[in-house]
Design a protein around this ligand. Structure first.
Ligand code: DX5
Ligand code: ZN
Length: 215
């Protein structure tokens, strides 16, 4: 069964804790946290302060997706805030090996994300060092965008790149919902991130269950 990681970007922040309880009830194992800086992506969200508040609300795995320039300057703060996974964008980092090692030294798991136009082959070296690869199935910046189909092919390519015997989570993010979850799991996805399809649905718990059951 795939891991479901609801993205709170689409949650109702006036009832965040209540909505986190609903996704827990549906069987979500991770909470996805979209950090945007208004530079790497044309949108602003939240920082370590909210991550640390969410950490107090739940025992679920906290999956921080940094859509920010110069992530090296902030990694320490996100690790201290309680992020279990810290994912940086391939496109935002020059010395990726150094950044990934820094995340791991801080005791967090390290992830690398690639935009829809970034080829999977560019990960052929870093794949030996990371714990997670995030394939973006929308151009990052906003929730509620349409799923880009090339993600299926890219997920299969990532699977082939993973060294034998190494556990790397393959995660997909953007436009994911009950309608495409089965196809994504079939392609090799371990972690399904979903914001709009979960939090804008009429039954948050049932939607998490539905995505989780997809195979
Ligand atoms: C997009 C973010 C996603 C987003 C997904 O920039 O990285 O995590 O919240 O939202 P939906 O599921 O609404 O496409
Ligand atoms: Zn995300």
């Amino acid at each position: 069964m795939a891991i479901v990681a609801p993205s709170i970007l689409s949650a109702d922040f006036t009832k965040l804790e209540e909505q986190i309880r609903l996704v827990e009830k549906g069987g979500a194992e991770w909470i996805h946290l979209d950090i945007m800086d208004g530079h790497f992506v044309p949108n602003l969200t939240f920082g370590p302060l909210l991550v640390s508040a969410v950490d107090k609300m739940t025992d679920l795995v906290l999956d921080a997706h940094l859509m920010i320039e110069n992530p090296d300057s902030y990694i320490e703060r996100f690790a201290a805030a309680g992020a279990d996974f810290i994912t940086v964008h391939y496109e935002a980092v020059i010395h990726l090996n150094r950044t990934v090692n820094k995340i791991k030294q801080l005791g967090a798991k390290a992830g690398v994300a690639i935009n829809p136009s970034t080829p999977v082959g560019l990960l052929s070296e870093i794949v030996y060092d990371v714990d997670l690869i995030l394939v973006m199935s929308v151009n990052p910046g906003f929730g509620g965008q349409e799923f880009i189909d090339s993600a299926y092919r890219k997920i299969s390519e990532v699977k082939k790149l993973i060294p034998a015997g190494k556990k790397i989570f393959v995660e997909v993010d953007g436009g994911v919902g009950p309608e495409n979850a089965a196809g994504l799991v079939h392609a090799g996805t371990d972690v399904l991130v979903a914001g709009t399809s979960i939090f804008k649905s009429t039954d948050i718990t049932a939607t998490v269950r539905e995505i989780k059951a997809a195979r």
